[in-house]
Each structure stands twice: as structure tokens, then as C-alpha cells.
Design a protein. Structure first.
Length: 252
């Protein structure tokens, strides 16, 4: 029985790797200067990323936009490609599909590379201020209950722990699983609900939809409340595992 389980896990892992866009198969060049310019100034009809995601790329709860700074570069490229091909629909600001279409594949890689390195030295911080959210009338959850779901799941309800894919406190595992720790609270809540109702469906092998379909509204609030300020540092550590960007960075 154990051999069958292990074999199934290996097959699933191979399938996930094959699901990654071919551009990840080999290192490609990314121009950080171009990525920075797009982020700060936009390009053509595409507005600056800062207009919604903030000058520091940390996102905005009131707008429902996510933190992009420090995110795994491969994941960012995939999301931009999915927006450009309408595999993922922006139902928050209703502009990301048009924005992604306005960027070339090279532009998408460049801005993803820039964002990946934007907050590299800021390992802790950038999540939502829960007290401010409560004061503004936004319902939040219980962090300790969210921590339990993130680390252990609720197997009796068919819910796997977030940690099993996204690593400790949601710090991400490249190239597939994004950083969800220290992500904006409102964005986390909105995306989990979209995974649950199927309005977002660009997850490899439907993993997120499978987990989210068993989450209650209370579960979602609890998980988001914990993750938004969850430190990526394990006890006794001052470093996180090194990420492996698929791009070499050319600043010329």
C-alpha cells in the first residue's frame, strides 16, 4: 500500500513539472532595468504597476490588490501569461487581462524578475494591519485557528495543510507554489473564495480548487488572518531557503 502511495506522489510530481510553461525548462535572460521601468512607469497603454500595487509592490487591502514584492518569479510569469490568455480573469480591478496583453513575453519576464528581487532583504513584514482592518469594518478571523489549518489542515474534512505545498508559514516553494505568507489579507480571502466557487481555475491539477471547496467562510478568514503576518523564519533561523529564479538578470 505504501509503495502505491509513493508511486502516486511521484506521478503527481512529474505531472506538475510538466504543467509548468516550457519557458521554465531553461534559464532565460531578464532585463531588470526594463522591469523596473514597467513597474514604475508602465508601457504604452499599460499603466504603472505601482498605481494599484503600491510604490513598494506590497499591495493594498482597500483595493484588494496583492503583494507582488518578493514573489517567486516563475509564479509571477505564469500569472501574467494566464491573464494574457484569459486563463485567469481579473474580477477585482478588471484590468489585469488587458494589462498583461499589453506586455510582450519578454516584458512579463522582466517585471517578474524585478518584483522577485524588490524586497529580497525584507524577509519579515509587509502583511496587513489586522487592527486597522477591524477598525475599518472588515471582518477578520482567529489567527490561532488559522495557524492550525495552515500547518495541519483538517483531514477529516478533506482539507490539506497549506504547509504541505507552500512550505513553512506559506513562504513558498519555487517554481510552482507561491508565497502566501505575508500576503495581503483581503487578497487572500478573495482568492480562496474564488478557488472555492471555481471562478478562478488556473491552478495546476486543480489542487487549490480541491482544497478550497471544503473551506468554510470562517476557515478562510482564520487562514488569511494567520498568513498575512506569518513569519517565513523558522525558530532559531535568520535565513529562508534560497529561491531558484529561472532567469539570469541582465541590467543593461
Amino acid at each position: 500500500m505504501r509503495r502505491v502511495t509513493v508511486l502516486a506522489a511521484v506521478i503527481s510530481g512529474v505531472a506538475l513539472v510538466l504543467a509548468i510553461p516550457q519557458v521554465f525548462a531553461a534559464e532565460v535572460a531578464a532585463n531588470l532595468s526594463n522591469g523596473e521601468k514597467i513597474f514604475k512607469e508602465g508601457k504604452g497603454s499599460v499603466p504603472a504597476c505601482t498605481s494599484c500595487h503600491g510604490e513598494d509592490g506590497m499591495g493594498n487591502d482597500m483595493m484588494g490588490t496583492p503583494r507582488l514584492a518578493g514573489q517567486i518569479s516563475q509564479f509571477l510569469v505564469k500569472q501574467l501569461e494566464d491573464f494574457a490568455t484569459d486563463k485567469r480573469m481579473d474580477t477585482t480591478m478588471f484590468i489585469m487581462n488587458a494589462n498583461a496583453k499589453g506586455l510582450s513575453p519578454e516584458d512579463r519576464r522582466d517585471v517578474a524578475a524585478y518584483l522577485h528581487l524588490l524586497s529580497k532583504e525584507e524577509l519579515v513584514g509587509g502583511g496587513s494591519n489586522i487592527k486597522e482592518l477591524v477598525a475599518s469594518g472588515i471582518q477578520v478571523g482567529e489567527s490561532h485557528l488559522g495557524m492550525s489549518l495552515v500547518n495541519y489542515g483538517a483531514l477529516e474534512r478533506g482539507i490539506s495543510g497549506c504547509r504541505s505545498c507552500h512550505d513553512y508559514n506559506g513562504r513558498g516553494v519555487d517554481p510552482i507554489y507561491p508565497k502566501i505568507g505575508q500576503q495581503k489579507f483581503v487578497y487572500l480571502v478573495n482568492q480562496l473564495k474564488k478557488w472555492r466557487d471555481g471562478s478562478r481555475a488556473n491552478d495546476p491539477l486543480g489542487q487549490m480548487r480541491k482544497v478550497a471547496q471544503n473551506l468554510t467562510d470562517e476557515d478562510i478568514l482564520n487562514v488569511a488572518t494567520f498568513l498575512t503576518n506569518a513569519s517565513p523564519l523558522t525558530i532559531g533561523n535568520t535565513r529562508v531557503p534560497e529561491q531558484h529564479p529561472f532567469m539570469s538578470f541582465d541590467t543593461k
